[in-house]
Ligand binder design. Structure first.
Ligand SMILES: Cc1cc2nc3c(=O)[nH]c(=O)nc-3n(C[C@H](O)[C@H](O)[C@H](O)COP(=O)(O)OP(=O)(O)OC[C@H]3O[C@@H](n4cnc5c(N)ncnc54)[C@H](O)[C@@H]3O)c2cc1C
Ligand code: FES
Length: 580
C-alpha cells in the first residue's frame, strides 16, 4: 500500500536496462520516477513506524512483523530513488545506473571501466551475453544477501523502538521553524463526554493470574517527574502555552505520539490535584513539550498554571498517555477542532508538516471570535509552506471584527465546502460537547462511517469538578432537573454503600456517582489522571458487586475480565466492595 500517491509499478531498475543512453527524455523519466520513489518510501517509513508503535503497544507480534516489513519496503524505495537522482546528476547512462545499483545492493566493488562490446568475448560469446549471464547470477545471489540485510535492519529497528520509553515514536530530525510571535485567540473550552460501553463488570475470582499482555502493559508505565517551564506564550486572552524542558538540559525524558497527553499534578491546599493536558507540540521536537491551557474562571489547575506558574518553575508531570493519535498512517486526515480542543490537532498538524507528510491534511476550526482563534498565525504560516495543509476556520461571533472568513458554527455545509469526499476520509474531532455532538451528526449526514470518526474528550463526563468533591448526604432531596454547574455540590440520594477494603472505610454511593467520587468524599486515596476513562490511572480491583462504566478505553479487556474497574467511570445502584 503506497497511500495517497499510488504505488510503484514495474521494476524500475530493470526497466533502465532497456534505455541505451541518457537522453533528456530518459533523464526526465528517471528523475520523475526517483522522486516518486522517495515520496512513497518516506510515506511507507512514516506509516510503518506508526503501525510499529501501535503493534508494540498492543504487544501483537504479527502486526509488528507486518509493520516492520512496511518500514523495510520504505527504506528500499527511498534508497533506490536517491541513488537514481545521484546517478542522473553524474550523467550516468541508464543501463550503467541499473548495474551500479545492483552492485551497490550486493556490496560489489565498482565495475572496471570496460566498454561493453557487442562481440569479441571469450568462448565465442559476446560481451553482452557474458555480462547478462554474470548479472543474472549475481542478481540471484544478491537477492539472498539483500533479504539477509533486510532482516538485520528490521531486527535493529524493532530493537531500537522496543527500547524507547513508553509510547513514543522515533524522533524525527526536523528543526523547529520559529514559533510565530504572540498570536491572538482561543475558543470555547469544553468538557465533552463520550459513552463507550455500559456492560456491567463483576469481579473475577481473586486467584486469576495477570496475563502476559497485562504484565507488558503494566511494565509500560508513563514516565513521571519534574520538568522546568522554559517559556510561556500568550495565545489568546485566556489561553497560554507552557514550554516544558528537562531541567538538566537535553531531550525530554519520554517520547510520545502526536495527540497524546500528559498529566500535571500540583499540591494545592494540602491536596494533590491532577489534570490532563494534550501535548500540543510535535514529537519531532525532542528538546521540549508544550501544553496549551485555557484558564477556567473557577478552575483549580488551569488558574494555578496561568496565575502562579512562571518561567523557571518546576511542574510535576506524567507522560505520555492516551490513544487519540495520528501519525500519518492513512491516505489523508481531517482534523476538526473547537476552542481549546485544537491542541491535539495542532500536535498532529505540526508533526505531519515537520515530517513532510505527502497526503492531504484538512484542518477545520471553530472559535467564538477571531480574538479567540488559537494558533491562528502559526496555522497561516504552516499553510503557506505546505500546499497539502488546508485550513478552514469559522467564527461564531465575528460582528464588529475584521474577520472576512466563514461565520457561524461548524456546520454540515461548512464541512462539505471545506473537505471534498469526506466520506472516504478519517476524521479526528475534539471540542466542547455541543460542538462535538453537532459535528458528529453533520458527519453522519455526510456519509462518514462512525468508525472513521475518532474523538477526544477533554474533561469529566459529569458536572462535578474533579478535586472539589461534593459532600454526599446519605439522604437528601432529589436532584433538581437540568445540568448543575460544574463544581457545585450536587445533592444526591445514596442508594448503596461502597466499602474500601484497604483503608477500611465505607461511604455512601448514589447511582450517578462514580466510585472515585465516593472515595474522594470520605478521604480514600485512589490514583487518577484523566477522569474520563482513557488513561487507566484509576484502575482498582472490584471485590464484590457490579458496576457500569461509560468509557472503558483505559481498561484492557483482560483486566476487565479479571474484575478490575476504572474508578472514575464505575457506577452502581447496588453495594460494592472495592480494593482501595
Ligand atoms: C485527555 C485530556 C486532554 C486535555 N487537554 C487539554 C488542553 O490541551 N488544554 C486545556 O485547556 N484543557 C485540556 N483538558 C482539560 C483539563 O484537563 C482540565 O479539565 C481543565 O483545564 C480544567 O481544569 P481546572 O482544574 O482548571 O478546573 P476544575 O477545577 O477541574 O473545574 C472544572 C470546571 O468547573 C468549573 N468550576 C470549578 N469550580 C467551580 C465552582 N465552584 N463554581 C462553578 N464552576 C466551577 C471550572 O470553571 C471549570 O470549568 C484536557 C482534558 C483531558 C481529559
Ligand atoms: S482517571 Fe483516567 S481512566 Fe480513570
Amino acid at each position: 500500500m503506497m497511500g495517497c500517491m499510488g504505488g510503484p509499478g514495474r521494476p524500475f531498475y530493470a526497466s533502465l536496462l532497456d534505455m541505451p543512453a541518457l537522453t533528456a527524455e530518459a533523464r526526465r523519466a528517471i528523475e520523475a520516477e526517483a522522486e516518486r520513489r522517495i515520496g512513497w518510501g518516506t510515506q511507507a517509513i512514516t506509516s510503518g513506524q506508526a503501525r510499529l508503535h501501535h503493534a508494540l503497544a498492543a504487544n501483537d507480534p504479527v502486526a509488528v512483523q507486518q509493520a516492520a516489513a512496511g518500514v523495510r519496503e520504505g527504506l528500499l524505495l527511498l534508497e533506490s530513488g536517491t541513488a537514481a537522482l545521484r546517478a542522473v546528476d553524474a550523467g550516468m547512462p541508464p543501463r550503467q545506473l541499473a548495474l551500479t545499483w545492483f552492485r551497490d545492493q550486493l556490496g560489489l566493488p565498482p565495475a572496471e571501466a570496460a566498454p561493453m562490446a557487442i562481440d569479441g568475448g571469450p568462448w565465442g560469446l559476446s560481451w553482452y551475453h557474458l555480462t547478462s549471464m554474470a548479472f543474472l547470477v549475481t542478481f540471484l545471489v544478491g537477492t539472498l544477501l539483500i533479504q539477509h540485510a533486510r532482516m538485520r535492519r528490521i531486527n535493529a529497528l524493532v530493537g531500537r523502538l522496543s527500547a524507547a520509553p513508553a509510547g513514543g515514536p522515533a524522533p524525527g530530525p526536523a528543526p523547529a521553524p520559529g514559533k510565530p510571535s504572540e498570536p491572538p485567540t482561543d475558543g470555547p473550552s469544553g468538557s465533552p463526554a463520550r459513552v463507550v460501553g455500559t456492560a456491567p463488570v463483576t469481579p473475577a475470582p481473586a486467584s486469576a493470574a495477570p496475563s502476559p499482555a497485562a504484565a507488558t502493559a503494566a511494565a509500560r508505565r508513563p514516565w513521571s517527574g519534574a520538568l522546568r517551564v522554559a517559556a510561556t506564550f500568550r495565545e489568546t486572552p485566556t489561553v497560554k502555552t507552557f514550554r516544558l524542558v528537562e531541567p538538566g538540559g537535553g531531550d525530554v525524558p519520554f517520547t510520545f505520539m502526536p495527540g497524546q497527553f500528559l498529566t500535571v499534578s500540583a499540591e494545592l491546599d494540602g491536596r494533590t490535584a491532577r489534570r490532563s493536558y494534550t501535548i500540543a507540540s510535535s514529537p519531532t521536537r525532542r528538546s521540549y513539550v508544550e501544553v496549551t491551557v485555557k484558564r477556567e474562571e473557577q478552575g483549580l489547575i488551569s488558574r494555578h498554571l496561568h496565575d502562579r506558574v512562571a518561567v523557571g518553575d518546576s511542574v510535576e508531570v506524567s507522560a505520555p498517555l492516551g490513544v487519540f493519535t495520528f501519525m500519518g498512517e492513512e491516505t489523508s486526515i481531517v482534523l476538526i477542532a473547537g476552542g481549546v480542543g485544537i491542541t491535539p490537532m495542532m500536535s498532529v498538524a505540526r508533526y505531519l508538516t515537520d515530517r513532510s507528510y505527502p497526503c492531504e491534511i484538512f484542518f477545520l476550526y471553530g472559535a467564538r471570535s477571531p480574538e479567540e482563534f488559537v494558533f491562528r498565525e502559526e496555522l497561516e504560516y504552516l499553510q503557506k509552506r505546505h500546499a497539502n495543509l488546508h485550513v478552514a476556520a469559522t467564527m461564531s461571533r465575528a460582528e464588529g471584527t475584521a474577520w472576512m472568513g466563514a461565520t457561524g458554527p461548524i456546520s454540515k455545509e461548512f464541512i462539505a465546502r471545506s473537505v471534498p469526499e469526506i466520506a472516504k476520509r478519517r476524521v479526528h474531532l475534539c471540542g466542547p460537547p455541543p460542538m462535538m455532538e453537532a459535528v458528529r451528526a453533520a458527519l453522519a449526514e455526510l456519509g462518514v462511517p462512525k468508525g472513521q470518526v475518532k474523538t477526544e474528550a477533554f474533561g469529566p463526563a459529569r458536572g462535578v469538578a474533579p478535586g472539589t468533591p461534593a459532600p454526599l448526604p446519605t439522604s437528601a432531596p432529589a436532584p433538581s432537573p437540568g445540568p448543575a454547574p460544574a463544581g457545585d455540590a450536587i445533592p444526591r440520594v445514596a442508594t448503596a454503600e461502597v466499602r474500601f477494603t484497604k483503608s477500611g472505610r465505607t461511604g455512601a454511593l448514589a447511582p450517578d456517582q462514580t466510585v472515585l467520587e465516593a472515595a474522594e468524599a470520605i478521604g480514600v486515596e485512589i490514583d487518577y489522571s484523566c477522569r474520563v476513562g482513557i488513561c487507566g490511572a484509576c484502575k482498582v480491583p472490584l471485590v464484590q458487586g457490579a458496576v457500569t462504566m461509560e468509557v472503558e478505553e483505559g481498561l484492557p479487556p483482560e483486566e476487565k475480565a479479571r474484575g478490575v474497574i476504572l474508578a472514575c467511570q464505575a457506577k452502581s445502584v447496588g453495594n460494592l466492595v472495592v480494593e482501595a
